[in-house]
Design a protein around this ligand. Structure first.
Ligand SMILES: *Cc1c(COP(=O)(O)O)cnc(C)c1O
Length: 370
């Protein structure tokens, strides 16, 4: 039986990438914001309807650069979600800031009703995640931020192409961070970007990714190196031409999953969000118990189908954070319950309908036979 991985990167037609490579060979410019980079930057900004879009080498460095650009006081507290990929919390800690974990809603996004109680005089920012591409309660988060003069940085690593109330989701907050890692909806192999409408943030982001160098004789800031190179940009240019087809493919399979699995006893699939144009980045299923989740996971693996426990263990429960102040202070029962029961089923642009059926049969079999 053919192996089914949890995800499979979308690639452009081989010849299309080669045509871009030809330009790189001709120019001999491999990095430092060459022609491919600049073409990709403007195509990306246009797609995202966000003129203030800065490409980066990867999503994690985009997060660190965005946090630095916000100029939060050293040691300040950043309220964030425990239910994410480790990069979100790592970026806070590696920036000399302190994570404070807020619980989440039943769909995994930050619970805005928990925010206010976590605000102290040291709180400087909120870092929520549009987890699985689901849009956070941006209005209530903005209201809390306004009341306490906090910055809002969205980790939108899962939310490429998602629109809310007719505008791209990266429009919300002081800035949003995207990841273009090979496993994401849109990929540049490795890559990322920060989107912001704030011109001073924009300049700091440019400085952060290229040593602070402004021109041959001027170095205006102590920046690092987090540039996107020409090969990444070329992949981005090609993949961007096919993003509509890629998301449509995911959407069709996600609808198939919903039709076959929704309402089955023992599992829960979060409903579609009103006003949201989704990207179907992931297909998370929340099982009633950890035991049941693990049973389904094992049954799938036995059939050469590789689902993933995103996001388990919860970030505060990971070795590097367990026992830390932030982990001990974390009162996040909903997040903990989600982590125990979650399984992301395989989902990618060219997953086949018959493969999706095979996966559903296997899940249903594990539920019914116990
Ligand atoms: C993938 C991801 C990142 C990091 O992006 P990279 O491009 O892999 O560095 C950050 N946050 C979340 C939620 C992610 O899924």
């Amino acid at each position: 039986m053919k192996k089914i991985p949890v995800t499979r990167p979308s690639l452009p037609p081989f010849d299309e990438y080669c045509a871009e490579l030809r330009k790189i060979w001709d120019s001999r410019i491999l990095t430092n914001m060459g022609e491919e980079h600049e073409a990709f930057r403007s195509a990306l900004a246009e797609y995202l309807e966000m003129p203030g879009t800065v490409p980066f080498a990867n999503g994690h460095l985009s997060l660190e650069a965005a946090l630095a650009a916000l100029r939060l006081p050293a040691g300040a507290e950043v309220i964030t979600t425990p239910f994410s990929f480790v990069s979100t919390t790592h970026a806070i800690v590696r920036s000399g800031l302190n994570p404070v974990f807020c619980d989440v809603l039943e769909d995994g996004t930050l619970d805005p009703s928990g925010l206010e109680a976590l605000v102290t005089e040291r709180t400087a920012a909120i870092l929520p995640v549009h987890v699985y591409g689901r849009v956070c309660d941006v209005d209530r988060i903005a209201a809390v931020a306004a009341r306490h003069s906090l910055k809002v940085l969205y980790d939108a690593a899962h939310a490429f192409g998602v629109r809310y109330r007719g505008v791209p989701v990266v429009r919300y907050g002081d800035a949003s961070v995207l990841s273009f890692h090979a496993t994401k909806v849109f990929s540049t192999v490795e890559g990322g970007a920060v989107c912001t409408a704030d011109p001073s943030l924009l300049q700091r982001l440019e400085d952060a990714k290229n040593f602070g160098i402004r021109d041959e004789e001027h170095c205006a800031a102590v920046g690092g190196n987090a540039k996107m190179n020409e090969f990444q940009a070329a992949m981005g240019l090609c993949n961007l031409r096919h993003i509509g087809t890629a998301i449509a493919g995911r959407h069709a399979r996600a609808e198939q999953y919903r039709a076959r699995l929704e309402g089955r006893p023992g599992l829960r699939i979060p409903a579609r969000q009103e006003g949201v144009l989704p990207n179907d980045a992931y297909f998370p299923v929340f099982f009633r118990t950890q035991e049941l989740r693990d049973r389904v996971y094992a049954r799938l693996a036995g059939a050469d189908i590789y689902a993933r426990k995103y996001f388990y263990p919860l970030i505060p429960d990971l070795d590097c954070y367990a026992g830390s102040g932030a982990a001990l202070a974390a009162r996040v029962p909903v997040a903990r319950q989600l982590a125990a029961g979650v399984l992301c089923l395989p989902l990618y642009a060219d997953l086949l309908p018959e493969e999706t059926d095979r996966i559903c049969d296997c899940v249903i079999g594990a539920l019914e036979r116990g």
